[in-house]
Design a protein. Sequence first.
Length: 419
Amino acid sequence: MDYFVIEGPTPLDGDVRVAGAKNAVLPLMAAALLCRGESVITNVPDLRDTRFFLDLLRELGVAGELGAGTLRLETASGVRSVTAPYDIVRKMRASIYVLGPLLAACGEARVSKPGGCAWGPRPVDLHVAGLAALGAEMSEEHGYIVARAPGGLRGGRYRFEPVSVGATCNVLMAAALARGETTLENCACEPEVVQLGEALVGAGARVEGLGTRTLHIQGVDELQPLRCAVIPDRIEAGTFLAAVAVAGGRIRLAGCRLDHVAPILGVLRDLGCEIRAEGDLLVAERSGPLRPVKVETEPFPGFPTDMQAQVMAAAALADGVSFITDTIYPDRFTHAAELERLGANIEVKNGTATVIGVAALQGAPVMATDLRASAALVLAGIAARGRTEVRRVYHIDRGYERIEERLAALGARIERVAG
Ligand code: EPZ
């Protein structure tokens, strides 16, 4: 397995462009199952997760090609299978996104239960209950979620509790082809959910309320193929900005949507980063000391849980004590123990990490456990004194394209070693 070797400390300096959003392209790929014909999606990041999802769609009978950032998904020959097999789903939880579209387009779907992830359980009860509200018969058979709607789906009403990005996407996609009107309440309004809704509308769906907690969907008989460009990845943008917070220096970020990263900028400025827009660029620098922060993750437009680990890496070097609470995933702190191997001083209790800042981190071998934890360890390694090895970097390859090359272009001393 490949690993990264990082020599630090190195301040960052240079320009970087934000890639298309992983968490936007995955539901868009699933939505292609609702459409007849060739969907074309551009600004697609070439990631392990994108490739995994393409493998899944091919397994279902979709002809798909990804090249030079453009994804072509042909469904004219129809769906060959309605089963998302365990061997694919276990590698990528987002496979659950095919449940709603397969059910709506084919009247049935069998998706392996995704199980948990590095930091604990990842339930799918809201996906199941939301689809049942559209008239589907839902059951579990031998580790698979089985959904049936032989007579097609009908409009219904459902309220998500808690707010769920995945369940909102799944039920929104199914409702697009359900007969009649659907009202969904307490919806996620992350930019990735809004883009999915806009892409569906562009294909002929009738959706009102995008960007708010309440969606009204009037089902239609069929959808045209998707035509859309994936929005920039706000979490990747936040990760590069957090890298400046951790390592110091100055970078210019291109292709970033200010309205999407606003919740992240507030915390980074509290940490001591100066961040300003210069034309289409976002300029971030940090030359002074890092300041402690008190952060709570929340659904958009709150501070995202996907940035929690990266901010912890910065807080580890702050002048004082920081408190980081993840209200969405209270156990999402596997990175804390690995950061402690680098000399950080962190105590995790009841969903809150108390981070007592230290003067410097020391390089050491560490283990990546999940996508954003990996990113946090890489950022910490760039700031740590000496050599850091980050193992199991396949985690980071799921959500960041060539991250070591792009960080090296910003001056980090990082290289990938084939393991
Ligand atoms: C999406 O996961 C993202 N993944 C995650 O990003 C992100 O952390 C998460 O949203 C929260 O923003 C993709 O978009 C592919 P949720 P998802 O359903 O949809 C509970 C990354 O690093 N819940 O919004 O699975 C759940 O336990 C990944 O890019 C239920 O109780 O997250 C959590 O507490 C990691 N029942 C809360 O809702 C359900 O049926 C939010 O989860 C579903 C969720």
